[in-house]
Design a protein around this ligand. Structure first.
Ligand SMILES: [Zn+2]
Length: 308
């Protein structure tokens, strides 16, 4: 049976390819955290059979997720699943964020999402109980889902806004990443320069809007500052959520990474064993100057606002 006490969530918001996956994994290694990946996609039920867990098994074959699903969703009707899927498709993609801006439209979404919010509490409470009360790190990043999470009674949501130079983000999106899972080659999504710049702007705008509604529970972290001094950045995050970080080592260049049962996200989540933490500044040397200039132009003025 689930405990009804509050569930602490650290929700990462902002553009992808900004170090969120590695930060979430490191938190789970050094402190009182459990990383679950991009959990918002759990509501896209049709995609569940295709999803991979960070342990390299299919989500529906992973014992951890089977236990969570049993605790959270037993008794959930077909109609409730359909409603949850409708909320996911209609309101959660970042391009739908303008619907949240006007108060009357926002209230109408919240009314429609009432059952969804209760199911969401059951999901996060099941993970909290499975993880022995640890803080849940959710790397979903979408401001729309972050806003809804904050409305869930019983969830205490802290927002970590991640930023990164948009040229580094664009360069990272263009790289091809392939993973071999159960003998199959799986390609990670890539993005063109223009799509990356447009997404970076949209994510920064939506995150900035969300943090105005964050009830003072927000912290901004630049990828570059994290990469320069990961130990200080992780300690700051632990202080921010009031979590112990007893296992913070003196040096974080090489760290033994465990297997984490993450739901979706960057393919870095499949890495375990000895992992090197080094600043990824490859774009400065390898990205053509024209591409750097175009990205810089397209992402002004948010880029200037965050000091890039
Ligand atoms: Zn797993």
């Amino acid at each position: 049976m689930q405990s009804t006490s509050s569930v602490k969530v650290l929700y990462l918001v902002g553009p992808g390819r900004a170090g969120g996956t590695i930060i979430a994994s490191l938190l789970a290694e050094i402190g009182n955290f459990v990383t679950v990946g991009e959990l918002m996609h759990i509501w896209d039920r049709q995609s569940l059979p295709r999803r991979w867990c960070g342990c390299r098994k299919r989500i529906l074959e992973c014992e951890v997720w089977k236990g969570v699903f049993r605790a959270a969703f037993t008794g959930m009707s077909e109609l409730e699943w359909q409603r949850a899927a409708r909320i996911y498709h209609q309101f959660l993609p970042t391009r739908r964020f303008p619907r949240f801006v006007l108060p009357f439209a926002r209230n109408s979404i919240l009314k429609e999402a009432r059952a969804f919010l209760h199911a969401t509490y059951r999901l996060y409470a099941a993970i909290r109980d499975m993880a022995g009360g640890k803080v849940i790190v959710d790397t979903s990043r979408a401001a729309t889902y972050g806003y809804l999470l904050q409305q869930v009674p019983g969830l205490e949501v802290h927002f970590l806004q991640l930023t990164r130079d948009p040229r580094g983000v664009a360069y990272s999106w263009q790289k091809k990443q392939v993973e071999v899972l159960e003998g199959q080659r799986v390609n990670m999504k890539s993005r063109s320069l223009l799509a990356s710049a447009a997404d970076w702007n949209a994510q920064m705008l939506a995150a900035s809007w969300l943090l105005r509604h964050a009830r003072r529970r927000s912290l901004c972290l630049r990828y570059e500052d994290f990469a320069h001094d990961p130990r200080a950045a992780l300690a700051e995050i632990c202080r921010f959520v009031g979590a112990a970080c007893d296992n913070l080592p003196d040096a974080l260049e090489d760290i033994q990474m465990s297997v984490h049962h993450t739901f979706a996200g960057n393919y870095n989540r499949f890495r375990s064993g000895c992992v090197q933490i080094v600043p990824d500044q490859q774009w400065r040397a390898d990205m053509p100057l024209l591409q750097q200039r175009v990205t810089a132009l397209l992402t002004w003025p948010w880029r200037r606002k965050y000091g890039y």
